[in-house]
Design a protein around this ligand. Structure first.
Ligand code: HDE
Length: 711
């Protein structure tokens, strides 16, 4: 260093000097001379000094002439592009779609013509309300956007993990999103709907009530992106070679079943690991446990649409699977992470209007509005019309057109001819036979700004969703509504919401009012159409009913201490691994523990860094010698107490009993707190873990039984 401060000519600061100072810092020991590529400017000029700006004398002013410095800072200053207005926080992966059978009868889409056909895909999952740096476990709808690079053009199925939406007309989208995001004067809360503006807008928008039931359910706090469903939401069209149309709704179903976390758990995960969902997807794919979904379709014709209870163009309605079964038509496997997050996940441009021949739109007013918005938004975000030149957005099939120039044009037409028709016999031509043909739907009517009467029933499917949930899931909806409305400061907004809930389910509404401490019940909100009581429950709407049967893809957190029984630990690990689950070790020190056979084993987390909220189930493998030390760790107590209150399975060996006592649960042991069986019984224990949660425990730790009615 002394050598550097004495230098008064920049020419003297040589690579040799860099090498010295880096080596002293203990970081890099090699330079370009040692075999690395030579660092260059973006113009390709080799760089000699990347540590010091050009200046007059070592302590003098900097020189404009230092083009390397200026280029480097200029580029850095422009690294950010506008984040997405909605769905800013996202995570993507590559994979493929495999078609099960030919669907030529319904659609001419090339992707559905041949059984076994594999199509490359890129998927981006996202939250909606939070900004780019927000936490993964926000209570929020998840985006589920799939770009399929078919042989006849890109097909973007830009869906969500919830099959309905808040609003019926795209013109209300800016209002919805303004109300949901941070309030503009105070710029909080971030990534939360628990505030006045959101519930004010919602309370004044009864069409959102069905969606409200979904967002207050555990669907909005998924355990993993791998355990969520996806939905195209709108009614689309399949169009076959004879130009015949069949209506279609798209569903993605995760192979590993559905799973969500508890709200209290979500809050703690956000602190312990704000990237919980990213890390989970990354780890699964990097370890070869490729997540998989089945694509299913509900196919129906005009006659079914005319006879159905609701308007199939209304995006606040579903067609229950029990009424119209979902037919599996293919599977999607995600098997590769992007090489670079920005280049791919950030710059990917999904657009609902990206459809290949054979797939068309319905008149769903939300879909029609989206078809405008997505192209427009890419221009702003990606800065010009040539975003299809980016590899992540470019089709993987041959393409040819006369679009040219604009910012960052990388592929302009070659040669003299850049128009059509031309008499030089050059360039691509339209093809009535192969080209995209819009379905020639007959339309007529007056120009109006009118909501159809067939969209007027806002409560019946909300009620159907609620009564389709299992008791723990209904409790969670009540708890979520209570939590969210408790954060609303304006009493009239809370009351208005309860008045809507009364039209959905009176017991639920009363329970929420009671928990909010409301002094009196409001009147039910005026309803354009009375709530139908005859819609049957649809078990397909329950997460618990659609849960996994096995522990596969889940994680067991094992709290270990010095002297842990070697055989038990080994047996437990192999039983979990056999079930295709993962084991992570949590120890007082991340450096690991000495096992009973004298060997040493590394831990994945120290106790403070590996709280039980990060795991699907836990085991406590301490030892008589080490238990006293473990008891001194306050976070070890939280580890157990949280696992218990989150209704998780807890396996323990007897040495850990004092820990159960310290966590205050020794008297409450139930069928989910299990003394670990000998090595032979471990497989059965792990099978039990496949149930994931002991929901029967919940009323005693969370929610007292039914409340007295509010006057
Ligand atoms: Fe979006 N939405 N949206 N949306 N949306 C965007 O496009 C919009 C809606 C969805 O991972 C934006 O590229 C309007 C429903 C996903 O990159 C924007 C309306 C559904 C993603 C936009 C809706 C979605 C977006 C912002 C009301 C589920 C993220 C950035 C009519 C079916 C895609 C962008 C990704 C993103 C507009 C409603 C899903 C502004 C106007 C309904 C998954 O164009």
């Amino acid at each position: 260093m002394a050598k550097k401060t004495k230098t008064n000519s920049t020419e003297l600061v040589t690579i040799h000097d860099q090498k010295l100072s880096r080596a002293q810092g203990g970081e890099l020991h090699q330079t370009a001379e040692d075999g690395f590529d030579v660092l260059t400017t973006s113009q390709g000029a080799p760089v000699a000094d990347d540590q010091n700006t050009l200046r007059i004398g070592a302590r003098g002013p900097a020189l404009m002439e230092d083009f390397h410095f200026r280029e480097k800072i200029f580029h850095f200053d422009h690294e950010r592009i506008p984040e997405r207005v909605v769905h800013a926080r996202g995570y993507g992966a590559h994979g493929f779609f495999e078609t099960y059978d030919s669907l030529a009868e319904y659609t001419r889409a090339d992707i559905f013509q041949r059984a076994g056909e594999k199509t490359p895909v890129f998927v981006r999952f996202s939250t909606v309300a939070g900004n780019k740096g927000s936490a993964d476990l926000a209570r929020d709808v998840r985006g589920f956007a799939v770009k399929m690079y078919t042989k006849e053009g890109n097909w973007d199925l830009v869906g969500n993990n919830i099959p309905v939406f808040f609003i019926q007309d795209a013109i209300k989208f800016p209002d919805l999103i303004h109300a949901a995001k941070q309030e503009p004067d105070r710029a909080f809360p971030q990534a939360q709907t628990a505030h006045d503006n959101f519930w004010d807008f919602i309370g004044l928008t009864p069409e959102s009530m069905h969606m409200v039931m979904w967002i207050m359910s555990d669907r909005t706090i998924p355990r993993s992106l791998r355990f969520m469903e996806g939905f195209g939401v709108h009614t689309f069209r399949f169009i076959n070679a004879k130009d015949e149309s069949t209506f279609v709704k798209f569903h993605w179903k995760p192979k590993l079943g559905l799973q969500s976390v508890a709200w209290n758990e979500a809050v703690k995960i956000n602190g312990a690991d704000p990237d919980y969902h990213r890390r989970d997807l990354w780890q699964a794919i990097q370890s070869g446990n490729f997540p998989e979904w089945e694509l299913g379709v509900q196919l129906f014709d005009q006659e079914f649409a005319d006879g159905f209870d609701f308007d199939i163009l209304d995006p606040t309605k579903i067609i229950p699977e029990e009424v119209l079964p979902v037919r599996p038509i293919g599977r999607m496997v995600l098997d590769r992470m992007p090489d670079n997050f920005f280049a791919e996940t950030e710059q990917v441009a999904f657009m609902t209007q990206n459809v290949p021949p054979g797939i068309g739109f319905s008149n769903d007013p939300l879909l029609q509005g989206r078809n405008f918005s997505y192209l427009d938004t890419q221009l702003k975000r990606l800065g010009g019309p040539n975003f299809t030149h980016l590899p992540i957005n470019a089709p993987k099939c041959p393409f040819a057109h006369f679009q040219q120039d604009g910012h960052m044009a990388m592929r302009n037409p070659v040669g003299r001819v850049n128009y059509e028709p031309n008499s030089f016999g050059k360039g691509p031509r339209e093809s009535p036979a192969r080209g995209y043909r819009h379905f020639p739907a007959e339309e007529s009517g007056q120009k109006v700004q009118l909501r159809p009467e067939s969209f007027a029933d806002h409560y019946s499917q909300a009620r159907q969703f609620f009564i389709s949930q299992t008791p723990p899931e209904q409790r969670h909806i009540v708890m979520a509504l209570t939590f969210e409305l408790s954060k609303v400061e304006t009493l009239a907004i809370r009351e208005r919401m309860v008045s809507h809930l009364l039209n959905i389910d009176e017991t639920m509404a009363t329970e929420v009012a009671h928990r909010l401490g409301m002094q009196s019940m409001p009147k039910p909100a005026p309803a354009a159409v009375p709530t139908r009581q005859d819609l049957e429950p649809s078990p397909a709407l329950s997460i618990v009913e659609r849960g996994p049967k096995r522990f596969e893809g889940r994680k067991l957190g094992v709290l270990v201490a010095d002297g842990v029984d070697a055989k038990l630990l080994k047996g437990l690990t192999s039983a979990v691994t056999k079930e295709k689950g993962l084991v992570e070790l949590i120890a007082p020190k991340v450096g690991g523990v000495t096992v009973s056979d004298g060997s040493h084993i590394d831990a994945h987390h120290m106790i403070d860094g590996g709280p039980s909220v990060l795991f699907d189930a836990v085991a406590l493998l301490t030892s008589p010698a080490a238990i006293e030390d473990v008891l001194k760790e306050a976070t070890a107590r939280d580890f157990v107490a949280d696992a218990f209150q989150h209704c998780k399975f807890i396996g323990y060996d007897v040495s850990a009993l004092p820990l159960l006592e310290k966590a205050g649960i020794a008297q409450d042991l139930d069928e989910g707190v299990i003394a670990l069986p000998g090595e032979d019984g471990l497989a059965a224990f792990v099978e039990e873990l496949g149930k994931l949660r002991v929901w029967g425990r919940e009323p005693s730790v969370k929610l007292s039984s039914a409340s007295p009615p509010v006057a």
